[in-house]
Structure formats: C-alpha cells, structure tokens
Design a protein around this ligand. Structure first.
Ligand SMILES: [Zn+2]
Length: 242
C-alpha cells in the first residue's frame, strides 16, 4: 500500500549502510519517519529532492518502516538552506515539531508552517522582522493546539476586563488576583494578542509596534512558552532572547 502527500522535510540522518531516514511533517499525520533506500549512492535521484526545509510531494510505501517511493520538490526555500540565520530559525521551528505533538489540527499547522517558511525564505524581509514573525507564529501555533489565551474575561472571577494581569498559560486576570506568577497586561497588549492570533499573515505584514509594547510582548511571550514547554529548548532561547 502506498499514499501520496505533501510534506516538509524537517530532518534527515544516515541510517544503516547506505540508507537515510527522513522526518517529514505531513498535513495528514503530522511527523512521520520515512526510509530512503540506498540514499548514499550518487545515483539516488530522490535524495536530491529531499533538501532540508523544502516542501515536497512524496509517494510513501507503507510497511513496518515507511519507505520513500517517489518525490518531487514543490518549494525549495533555497534562502533558508543557504543562510545561517534563516536556517537557525527554521531549525528551531523544526525542533518544536519534532519534539512534541500538541495535538493541533495538522492541516492548519501545515499551512502555518508554509506561510512562515515563505517569510523566512524572503530576502526582502529583515532578520529582525523574521524573528518577530516567528514569535507571531508561536502564538498562532500554540493557540491551534489548545493553548489559546483567554483575554476577554478574568480567568479567576469571570469578570469582563480589558487589562489586568497575565496568568501564564491561561490568560487575563484582574489586578487584585495578582500573584508571583503573573505580570501586568496592558489593554494594548491584550488587543494585540487577540489580533495576531486570528489575523491573516497578509494583515500582519503592515503591522509594527512600539518598543514599549514589544518589550511587554516579549515578557509575556516568555511566560507563555514556559507554561507550555516543560523543558528548555534551543528554540525557545532563540525566540525569547534572539
Ligand atoms: Zn477577576
């Protein structure tokens, strides 16, 4: 039995003598592990299409171990592969996908990843802006996986509020419930977060925020990621301090 799917090449390594294992992210099944036989032989045409971070169409033979039966490139994202900074961003995102499955809708995650990689690949987008877009991506990605912050009602007493404190992993709470774990959340940031989680990428392209709001967003993002991810990862360090 075999099936065709689109996929992102997240990672690959040599396996056995001449084979190679690929970790693909697919809109149907999330991350899957697929073996390419005899990849090391110079004649392997398939390997040439399985470049890191590229979007491909693959034919996969199902078995005890899935194997690659056919592949062609849909988008190469050459500027990701050939620029260290871009590659480091893309690797960090790939690491998140490889480490953990948060159970979000894979089709939506796939589209989100397509959009983000297009921006990282775009030479007209500045490195600072790319990092900014990766932060947006994380809020969108985690919101898809059930971590969407609740920002309209206090998560403790239920009162409708516009500003207050941010309770990590949950959302907004009234100032009077303030504790060691929460930080202040301005109305401006609450509105900004609500906007980026739902906005189309094209509507985000024009957005810029002032330094003060950016600092507040960074602080809240740090708490958000830490609430979701138990262990520290390269990715999070990069997104928080990069
Ligand atoms: Zn309250």
């Amino acid at each position: 039995m075999s099936f065709k799917t689109e996929a992102f090449v997240l990672k690959a390594h040599a396996w056995r003598e001449a084979d190679r294992v690929y970790y693909l992210f697919t809109p149907e099944e999330g991350v899957i592990k697929v073996v390419l036989k005899s990849a090391a032989k110079s004649k392997s045409k398939l390997a040439g299409h399985l470049l890191p971070f590229s979007k491909v169409k693959v034919m996969i033979g199902r078995g005890k171990l899935d194997h690659m039966a056919g592949v062609h490139t849909i988008v190469d994202y050459k500027n990701i592969r050939t620029n260290l900074r871009n590659m480091s961003l893309a690797s960090s995102i790939a690491e998140l996908f490889l480490n953990e499955d948060h159970g979000g809708d894979k089709r939506q995650e796939f589209e989100l990843l397509s959009d983000l990689f297009s921006y990282i690949n775009d030479e007209d987008v500045s490195p600072e802006r790319k990092l900014w877009l990766v932060r947006v991506f994380l809020w969108k990605y985690l919101s898809l996986s059930g971590w969407q912050p609740q920002l309209d009602n206090c998560q403790i007493c239920g009162k409708s509020i516009q500003a207050g404190q941010y309770m990590p992993g949950r959302g907004i709470i009234c100032i009077e419930h303030n504790n060691n774990h929460s930080v202040s959340l301005s109305e401006k940031l609450a509105n900004f977060l609500k906007f980026i989680i739902l906005a189309e990428w094209k509507d985000l392209a024009e957005i810029s925020i002032d330094n003060e709001l950016n600092r507040e967003w960074l602080r809240v993002s740090q708490l958000f990621y830490q609430a979701v991810y138990d262990r520290p990862s390269q990715a999070l360090k990069l997104f928080i301090y990069g």
